[in-house]
Design a binder for this molecule. Sequence first.
Ligand SMILES: *Cc1c(COP(=O)(O)O)cnc(C)c1O
Length: 411
Amino acid sequence: MEEIGFESKILHTPFEKKDAYNSLSMPVYYTAAYEFDTAEAMEEAFCGRTTDHAYSRITNPTVQYFEDRIQAITGALSVTAFNSGMAAISNMLMTIASSGCNIITSPHLFGNTYSMMKSTLGDFNVETRFCDLTNLKETENAIDENTCAIFLEVITNPQMEVADLKALASICHKKGIPLIADTTILPFHIFKAKDFGVDIEIVSSTKYISGGATSLGGLVLDYGTFDWNKSKKLSGMSKQYGNKTFTAKLRKEIHRNLGAYMTPQAAYMQTLGLETMEVRFNRQASTCLDLAERIKSLDGIERVNYTGLKDNPYYKLSTEQFGSKPGAMFTFDLTSRDACFSFMNKLKLIRRATNLFDNKTLAIHPASTIFGTFTEEQRKSMDISQKTIRLSVGLESAHDLYNDIKQALAR
Ligand SMILES: *Cc1c(COP(=O)(O)O)cnc(C)c1O
């Protein structure tokens, strides 16, 4: 039989071992530890010479099954699951960064990622260089011998900025640094990170993969594409591990020491979510494009920001990289902060909540919530406007959503 496609792989990845009871779905292995028949088998497992599970902070069959499915659909060299997107980001950063190094990124970042880099890593003498990543010259000039990576979000939230990924990847690889991308905003079948030169991919699986907002989770995918011999920190290890160097540092050290592995319950729910992700996304993204087009002409809406709209400044680049449906989230600007609060308070169907890509449509005013504790000056530097509403589009009918937006705009 020829190789099966994405939709089939998502459903039919085999278990590592046949289940003792022939369970059709992967059971939730709620256990901290695993028993061994002999001291010799125990030694083999603890020293990494067999793949037997020893302790659930390190591996667990239910979590591994979730990782295996992600690996099957992405072709990654390794996938590691964490108990949140932020745990995935912090584990990745601890793997590549060390005192005295710098990371190049955009000021357009998820709020906690910004704080993680600027404050948390700043305390450990890791510098974050905020650049305009859409300006390739500026970005290239910011790289020096202590730069350990370029990190970015593929469509920034909520600014919706899009950088030229292939161009950034070629700068990175010329300079001997990895390109690391947070791709939470797009599912794997829409954006194939490896094809654009991304070496390490980060996903908050809380979002599209979980779907029903049932659980938190995060993923680090290593495509095995970067030559770690060029890394100041990891070149020593690369003699032994070659293109598996990042994975070895992460799995054998950082992830064990930080102890933020995904729980089996979350892995079970997210494995279920993964099975329907493609179908959900395709519908949510269609509704999103439809709504973004239709609400433009409503009274009180100054601007709609979705990179799938032809008048968006990133339309061409976004279409080249992500196709015609670049995600199921868009923002729109009203006339003032007061107008935004009034709109939020009048919503009847759309829920007032953070989170993205739930089955239900969610609205939030980012400036007063996600970025509420930042100073106005910081918000300005991150292009966070008091006039912006963010909408994550769910599975309701476009008609009902349009009507709710229309009635909530009425003053
Ligand atoms: C939500 C989100 C995160 C953080 O993920 P959690 O699962 O909430 O920890 C990181 N990056 C992006 C782009 C996100 O949307």
